[in-house]
Design a protein around this ligand. Structure first.
Ligand code: FES
Ligand code: FE
Length: 337
């Protein structure tokens, strides 16, 4: 039997994870938690660097220290390290002393910045970063949600993002009121460490000014396209067929510890004509939607995603979330060889 996937599963070390917004990383060290382990991030010469947040001397968190130029000084005995992680000074030994070769910091296998998020891979990643093509398309503008912290399982949060049967129940206070409960037939297409699912459905487009103007009917069609890249990179693209316009939601989950996650959510829209007030309103609405989801997600007793297909009951409306379990169980198997 496959074990449920917890936030600190060792196989997740071979994956990319979001750890910060670029604006959070400054010239002074900052600690982030990933898979139960601390990392220190800072900027050296404008470039973001990351190391395990543990001094090789007495394991003090380096994030307690200070940066001066490109060097980081440990808060305990003042050892100094350059931006490559090499120790360049041990004050207790005096100037010109020979420094122990093992006195160096260990970095992650990968560090990257993409679509407004800093990603870190502790060990050689086997799955690619999730892509957001709209982030590089000038006709779209981005609106970032505040980064939320939740007592939750990253696997269950990804499951929730891909789930299309909960809208009328969980989101009755936002967009779910009046949504049809029956989920249309849809197909899931797997592509290596990603899969996509899309379907079209009818909905009441109350935001469309064309409805009030009598140009378009209230009931219109929208196409929902979901994409997951393992482990927890998610994108939903919503295309409004009659009213035109596209809304994209990027959702990236940082499994911090066994019971905590940080959630990086960004909206990309091409239908707001550069109006910051409308984007602020869209962001606020999305925060309200996310809080409705978190009410359920934070209440789970066991914070792990079951990967054993016999551990839960699945229906045809759950094809996408069943595929999530398959991709992640393939990932665990690939890492464990
Ligand atoms: Fe860092 Fe001693 S613990 S210098
Ligand atoms: Fe939801």
């Amino acid at each position: 039997m496959v074990r449920p996937l917890s936030n600190v599963d060792p196989s997740l070390r071979r994956c990319w994870h979001p750890v910060a917004r670029p604006s959070e990383v400054t010239e002074q060290p900052r600690q982030v938690l990933l898979l139960g382990e601390p990392w220190v991030l800072y900027r050296a010469g404008g470039r973001i660097v990351a190391f395990a947040d543990r001094c090789p001397h007495r394991r003090t968190p380096l994030s307690l220290g200070q940066c001066e130029g490109d060097t980081l000084q440990c808060a305990y005995h003042g050892w100094r390290f350059d931006a490559s992680g090499a120790c360049i000074e041990i004050p207790a030994l005096g100037r010109g002393a020979r420094l122990p070769p093992a006195a160096r910091l260990s970095g992650p296998a990968g560090l990257a910045e993409a679509h407004g998020i800093v990603f870190l891979a502790p060990e050689e990643p086997i799955a690619p970063l999730g892509s957001i093509p709209e982030a590089d398309d000038p006709s779209f503008e981005a609106g970032e949600l505040p980064t939320l912290v939740a007592r939750a399982s990253a696997g269950l949060l990804a499951d929730n993002f891909l789930d299309v049967a909960h809208f009328p129940f969980v989101h009755a206070g936002t967009f779910g009121a009046g949504e049809a409960a029956e989920v249309p037939q849809y197909a899931v297409v797997r592509d290596d460490w990603s899969f996509t699912m899309s379907y079209e459905h009818a909905f009441a487009n109350r935001e469309d000014p064309g409805v009030a103007a009598g140009i378009r009917p209230l009931v219109q069609t929208r196409r929902l396209s979901y994409r997951l890249t393992a482990p927890f990179h998610l994108r939903l693209r919503i295309d409004f067929v009659e009213a035109k316009g596209t809304n994209v939601i990027g959702f990236f989950i940082q499994p911090e510890t066994a019971d905590s996650c940080r959630l990086f959510t960004t909206l990309w829209r091409d239908d707001l004509s550069g109006d910051p007030a409308r984007m602020a309103e869209a962001v606020e609405f999305e925060v309200a939607v996310l809080r409705e989801d978190l009410r359920i997600q934070e209440s789970f007793h066991e914070l792990a995603l079951p990967l054993d297909p016999t551990a839960e009951v699945h229906t045809r409306a759950d094809r996408t979330t069943l595929e999530l379990r398959r991709v992640l169980s393939d990932l665990v198997a690939a890492v464990e060889g």
